[in-house]
Write a protein that binds this ligand. Structure first.
Ligand code: PEP
Ligand code: MG
Length: 593
């Protein structure tokens, strides 16, 4: 450890991508430090030998990747498998091979040296790419390059060593999904990386295997060394290096609490979300991947309230085919134990990147060409998805909803295209469900104002508070400098939500909420008072929310809401709600909540 990190309680902030606390010894996993020798070839006759060594190493790497893929297919979902396929594709890429062979021939260097040059060349090209997702793919190339280097050196494959064992916390620049799967086998406690964001592959796998993780720490590999004591707080997105005994005690308590909470609340998962005076709320699970369905079931959702289908695109090098879409949707709608599935058409753009060069970088992407706007611009792309949804609807109760509707034209146009697609399929004799419900996400203030008109066009509303708050309060949801203004209990936000629910009910359609607000225990009585019909949330949040709903009455929640609506500032509402909720549910809130 160096510099400030030698101090006790050195805290580094990053992005928490998988909740929970890990306390243990650091293991610096630095595959980029492989001991590789670089040398000039003594004479030209050695060139063909080097090329042969390179080809053998490529073959061996492919063989190893296929082995990892087999192992992974028994342990994890499909997502990591796709990523391994990408690694294999890089290995087999002709340009990758040709560049390296040319370096060997033209510069007379050994295969390792030539390979490093190829990787550096790719890195240079990728670093200049505007698209953040594409830029991130350099980690895949580096991973593959490192694997080839190890095979050239004849070393054993590097993996998370077994002796990291039960107490290890992995510290790395970046991790591949294969590394993360290995962590599962070795029962690694947690990990922290320099690179990555919420949608990085590492984050995706970490959440799926429930290992606490913080990414995007930028310099953690430079300040931590193997065997340092370390705490990873995946819930808060923080890493504490060299914790003092006092800090350690605090975190041991927090960790115990987190695990006890998880265990304790899980017993409420199978119970219905009904208040003491018999008011029933439907509970949905929000998912990004079909691999999350088992977790949705374990945590007690009635259905899928939001399937963020854009993730099908985000983890692909190429556009997904109709069959791929269909395969995902069929698995979601036909999942046993789930009564319905709400498939949201893709919401790309904003902070969700898409590797299509046609989409220029925008100044204000949150207000740019995203969601339904993009769908209606790229109708062919949209139709591929719509066809797959329509076909999947023959396999189970399907709801489709359109994101970021700002007025009636967009909704009518989306519906028209969907009906056209359904008709075409039926004409061809393809089975399509006949009770597909269509809904609009209400997440733009203009849609709130137009709720009366929109309600006539759809079967349900789903309020996306993440965006509704962003647009209503003019706060970019990914800008950490204004997060202090992001306030679900702002009176304007509550008035907007109330208006949507009132209009929906007057028009006889159910109103769901699928933004983060829906799964926040502190707001449960406010949400009950608002009489939202369905709350859809991150599956892990469901059991506690159910417990709290079961401990409340509709009557007291309505009374609470009535008082809340009389305040004119967010601060007053928060103060009031926090006080009441703490009194009402003394066991559910800790001091930091
Ligand atoms: C929302 O905006 O609240 C929502 C649920 O959609 P997303 O977070 O995917 O934008
Ligand atoms: Mg949204």
């Amino acid at each position: 450890m160096n510099g400030d990190a030698e101090k006790r309680d050195y805290v580094i902030k990053g992005i928490g991508v998988s909740p929970g606390i890990a306390i243990g010894k650091a293991y610096l996993f630095d595959r980029f430090d492989a001991k590789v020798s670089f040398y000039k070839l003594r004479d030209k006759s050695l060139v063909s030998k080097e090329i042969k060594r390179l080809r053998n190493a490529l073959k061996e790497s492919e063989h190893q990747l296929r082995e990892i893929k087999n192992k992974l297919s028994e342990l994890a979902g499909r997502e990591p498998l796709y990523i391994i396929d990408v690694h294999i594709m890089i290995l087999k890429d002709r340009m990758f091979l040709n560049h390296t062979v040319n370096y060997i021939k033209e510069m007379g260097v050994n295969a390792e040296w030539a390979l490093r040059m190829t990787i550096d060349r790719y890195r240079e090209i990728f670093e200049k790419v505007d698209d953040e997702y594409l830029r991130g793919r350099i980690s895949d190339i580096r991973y593959v390059g490192q694997m080839i280097l190890r095979n050239l050196a004849g070393e054993d494959r590097e993996a998370i060593p077994p002796d990291v064992g039960e107490r290890g916390i992995i510290i790395a620049v970046d991790l591949s999904p294969a590394d993360t799967a290995q962590m599962m086998i070795n029962k690694v406690l947690g990990f922290a990386t320099d690179m990555g964001g919420k949608t990085s592959h590492t984050a995706i796998v970490a959440r799926a295997v429930e290992i606490p993780a913080v990414v995007g720490l930028e310099s953690i590999t430079r300040v931590v060394k193997t065997n340092d004591d370390i705490i990873v707080d995946g819930s808060m997105g923080m890493v504490v290096v060299n914790p003092s005994p006092e800090m350690l005690r605090r975190y041991e308590y927090k960790k115990r609490h987190f695990e006890e909470d998880k265990e304790y609340f899980l017993r409420y998962a199978p119970l219905p979300a009904v208040t003491k005076d018999n008011y029933k709320v439907e509970i949905g699970g929000n998912i990004e991947f079909v691999e999350e369905i088992p977790s949705v079931l374990v945590h007690g959702a009635d259905g899928i309230g939001l399937y963020r289908t854009e993730y099908i695109y985000i983890n692909k090098e190429q556009l997904p085919t109709e069959e791929e879409h269909f395969d995902h949707y069929r698995r979601v709608v036909s999942a046993e134990g789930l009564r319905w599935a709400t498939i949201r058409t893709f919401d790309l753009g904003g902070d969700k990147f898409f590797s299509d060069p046609k989409l220029a970088k925008e100044m204000n992407p949150q207000m740019g060409l995203r969601a339904i706007r993009l769908c209606l611009r790229e109708v062919d792309l949209f139709k591929v998805q719509l066809r797959a949804i329509a076909r999947a609807s023959a396999f189970g109760k399907t709801r489709i909803m359109f994101p970021m509707i700002s007025g009636i034209e967009e909704l009518r146009e989306a519906k028209r295209i969907f009906c056209e697609v359904k008709e075409e399929l039926r004409r061809k004799g393809v089975a399509v469900g006949d009770d597909i419900e269509m809904g609009a996400m209400i997440e733009v203030p203009s849609a709130v104002m137009m709720a009366e008109e929109l309600a006539k066009e759809v079967d349900f509303f789903s309020i996306g508070t993440n965006d509704l708050i962003q647009y209503a309060l003019a706060i970019d949801r990914i800008n950490e400098r204004v997060t202090y203004l992001y306030e679900p209990l702002h009176p304007a936000v509550l008035k907007l939500i109330k208006h949507v629910v009132d209009v929906g009910h007057r028009r006889g359609i159910p109103v769901a909420m699928c933004g983060e607000m829906a799964g926040e225990p502190m707001y449960i009585m406010v949400l009950l008072g608002l009489e939202i019909d369905e709350l859809s949330m991150n599956p892990l949040a469901i059991p506690k929310v159910k417990k709290m709903i079961r401990g409340s009455t509709l009557k007291e929640s309505r009374e609470l809401l009535e008082r809340v609506m009389k305040f004119s500032s967010a601060a007053e509402i928060r103060e009031f709600v926090t006080r009441i909720m703490r009194e009402r549910f003394p066991g559910e809130f800790r001091l930091e909540d």
